[in-house]
Design a protein around this ligand. Structure first.
Ligand SMILES: [Zn+2]
Ligand SMILES: [Zn+2]
Length: 144
């Protein structure tokens, strides 16, 4: 077991517990968004369901894990360790795989200009945006 998860917990001043280590290690290993069910399975029953939810909750409070819904309304979790981690997601309709994607700086800039205009015209304070790309991954396309 690497010490990375321990370091992360230390850095964020929360106590080091075995379930937190296990969950963090797994998220570090998969390096991409994962559904709570898959995460639970991948942990081989080393962590109880209720414990997993509690751990994820704790990790979200210190902003190192974030969650979002897939187009099928499945809750996905992912690590959000770096603060400049703004990104988008690519969803496969076939296997449910989710991939992190970064859009070009130019695109993000245009989008944020657009958002600023909307804020003005609508008098609405906008603090975030999402953009999902939905399709079929290569593996799913090949299996047709
Ligand atoms: Zn797929
Ligand atoms: Zn964006």
């Amino acid at each position: 077991m690497s010490n990375k998860s321990k370091d992360i917990l230390l850095e964020h001043n929360i106590s080091i517990t075995n379930p937190r280590i296990l969950v963090l290690e797994q998220l570090l290993k998969v390096k991409k968004p994962i559904s709570i069910d898959s995460l639970l399975n991948s942990l081989d029953n080393q962590v109880a369901t209720s414990t997993l939810y509690r751990v994820l909750n704790d990790l979200q409070k210190i902003n190192i894990v974030s969650q979002f819904l897939s187009p099928e309304n499945i809750t996905m979790v992912e690590l959000s360790l770096n603060e400049s981690g703004h990104h988008h997601h690519l969803f496969c309709k076939g296997c449910g795989d989710v991939t992190d994607i970064e859009l070009s700086l130019g695109f993000e800039q245009k989008l944020s200009n657009e958002v600023k205009m909307l804020e003005k015209t609508l008098g609405f304070l906008i603090d975030d945006h999402g953009l999902e790309l939905i399709g079929e991954c290569n593996a799913c396309r090949d299996s047709v």
